[in-house]
Design a protein around this ligand. Structure first.
Ligand code: PEP
Length: 253
């Protein structure tokens, strides 16, 4: 598993301002690990991306999008084109975040179309897999996680699947301060990896990076990141301040 370079991602959601995003970049400048040691990313609103790219200079930080539409262009008022994201220089897009599923009615089918659109435009999707508290406590848990991963990757080739990043993000742990225990987080990530092995092969499963997300902070990150099947984290709250993001980015393995 040493081949899987850790991936530490922040998700700003609809927070900060364009000016604050620039301040953030200057505060972390020169303080990130080198890219062959660990990859770091911040996902931000499409309103911020051009400015952030312009202020990112030689930094290894990946500037990512939080969402995009599944068509490249056309009469889709207000949507974000994956083709335009790629044109700007964006390389990674979060898809299927639980907030998208919950507030914007994104279904597995829509998310699958978006995964196709992101790969079609030579970018990498960070696919989020949700788990509600009700399901955590029921026997449906396993089939729920398996079905989301399976649906998101429907029709995706092996070559693309290898590059996918998948995040296990129990929604009961998002923004709640209630982190999954490291065992529970490992269990979810292991399940995702097994699902990839079932759909593709063990070889692909060994390459795909699986992240944990849900109230990750600098106190719990090391333990979470030391689990076998957890290759990185997706952090919301902890990514908003340069100091706390830097602590995550420079975790000790
Ligand atoms: C998220 O939104 O992806 C997330 C994990 O948020 P938080 O870290 O704030 O729980």
């Amino acid at each position: 598993d040493n081949m899987r370079i850790p991936f530490i991602a922040g998700n700003w959601k609809m927070n900060l301002s364009v000016a604050e995003s620039v301040e953030f970049l200057s505060a972390i400048s020169g303080k990130l690990p080198v890219a062959d040691q660990s990859q770091t990313a911040i996902a931000a609103s499409p309103l911020f991306l051009q400015t952030m790219l312009e202020h990112n200079d030689d930094s290894p930080l990946i500037i990512a999008a939080e969402n995009c539409f599944y068509e490249d262009e056309g009469a889709y008022t207000g949507e974000t084109s994956p083709k335009a994201l790629h044109e700007m220089g964006i390389t990674h897009v979060i898809l299927g975040h639980s907030e998208r599923r919950k507030y914007f009615n994104e279904t597995d089918d829509i998310i699958n179309k978006k995964v196709h659109a992101v790969f079609r435009n030579q970018m990498i999707p960070i696919i989020c897999c949700d788990e509600t508290m009700g399901r955590r406590e029921s026997s449906e848990r396993i089939s729920w996680v398996v079905s989301q991963v399976t649906a998101a990757l429907k029709g995706i080739s092996i070559e693309d699947a290898r590059n996918a990043i998948i995040a296990y993000e129990p929604s009961w742990a998002i923004g709640s301060g209630q982190t999954a225990s490291s065992e529970e987080a490992e269990e979810g990530c292991y399940l995702i990896r097994q699902t990839i092995a079932d759909i593709y092969s063990d070889e692909v499963a060994n390459e795909v990076r699986v992240l944990y997300g849900g109230s990750v902070n600098d106190d719990n990150a090391n333990e979470i990141l030391s689990q076998n099947d957890i290759d990185g984290v997706l952090a919301g709250g902890a990514s908003l301040k340069p100091e706390s993001f830097l602590k995550l980015a420079n975790f000790q393995q």
